[in-house]
Write a protein that binds this ligand. Structure first.
Ligand SMILES: Nc1ncnc2c1ncn2[C@@H]1O[C@H](COP(=O)(O)OP(=O)(O)O)[C@@H](O)[C@H]1O
Ligand SMILES: [Mg+2]
Length: 259
């Protein structure tokens, strides 16, 4: 479904050139989950933004990005908008940046649901409430009329997940979806995502700096270091026979508790 070949991204400015992604390749099949792990600055987000066509004009991109047999590299902005959100959903680190502060949660969900489900406005409102219930927003039938600032950060991320899922994407890109949350809320959101992805055949690309988090929930794990994909394999392969020194560093960094 998604095939990325030799993806390369550079940012050039008057002062310097940043070679953020250096010819990485991978595929994701329907229902499959690919985890991308690597330290901050290794190119994880830039590669995800390239897939979604959201890189700034200062980026020079080369390589192939095919989604369901169609090259995303050739798409116009207009065509990209038909795919982004609808076919490829995404959740980012900071839910507040993705939610519009001047509209209620309902206002933001209902119109999208009307379009994606082909239903009337009252039906869309009921569906929006269903999705909010799914992500465990209590009193969803009332809270749907609240504004984003009336929710905690963890609740906002739940709302983002509800909005994204309401578009029924074939592929979900989650870029450090719990990084802005406290540890307890992180666990709750991860459990929720596991529950919701188990219910669908949605493919997922899960980006994290935490090897344990991606290994627990992904079929395949890719390790990125300084813009390069240094290793790719099943979590078992990666843990039992890491081929790369950097991967070993990540494994050694996972806390082991002994009593
Ligand atoms: N818009 C941009 N302009 C210039 N450099 C950028 C831009 N976005 C990201 N970079 C650089 O690209 C590299 C990879 O960044 P990023 O993909 O965000 O890393 P991460 O793995 O933490 O998600 C970093 O060196 C970052 O500073
Ligand atoms: Mg990032």
């Amino acid at each position: 479904m998604l095939s990325v070949r030799n993806l390369d991204v550079q940012f050039a400015s008057k002062e310097n050139t940043v070679h953020a992604v250096k010819g990485i390749s991978y595929t994701i099949s329907p229902g499959e989950s690919l985890g991308i792990v690597g330290e901050s600055g290794s190119g994880k987000s830039v590669s995800a933004m390239a897939i979604m066509g959201l890189l700034p004009p200062t980026a020079t991109i080369s390589g192939d990005i095919d989604f369901n047999g169609q090259s995303l590299r050739d798409l116009s902005n207009k065509d990209y908008r038909r795919i982004r959100g609808k076919k490829i959903g995404y959740i980012f680190q900071n839910p507040l940046a993705a939610l519009n502060p001047v509209f209620t949660v309902g206002n933001q969900m209902i119109e999208t649901i009307q379009i994606h489900h082909g239903v009337t406005k009252p039906e869309a409102r009921d569906l929006a409430i269903d999705y909010l219930n799914k992500v465990k927003i209590t009193d969803a039938h009332q809270r749907i009329d609240d504004y984003p600032h009336q929710f905690s950060l963890g609740m906002c991320q739940r709302i983002m997940i509800a909005m994204t899922l309401s578009m029924k994407p074939e592929l979900l890109i989650a870029d450090e979806p719990t990084a802005s949350l406290d540890v307890t809320t992180q666990k709750e959101i991860l459990a929720l995502m596991d529950e919701l992805t188990a219910e669908t055949n949605m493919a997922m690309m899960f980006i994290s700096h935490d090897l344990a988090v991606v290994s627990e929930r992904c079929d395949t794990v890719g390790v990125m270091h300084l813009g390069t994909m240094v290793e790719m394999g099943t979590p078992k392969d990666i843990f039992t026979s890491p081929k790369n020194d950097y991967t070993r560093t990540l494994i050694d960094a996972i806390p082991k508790i002994s009593f």
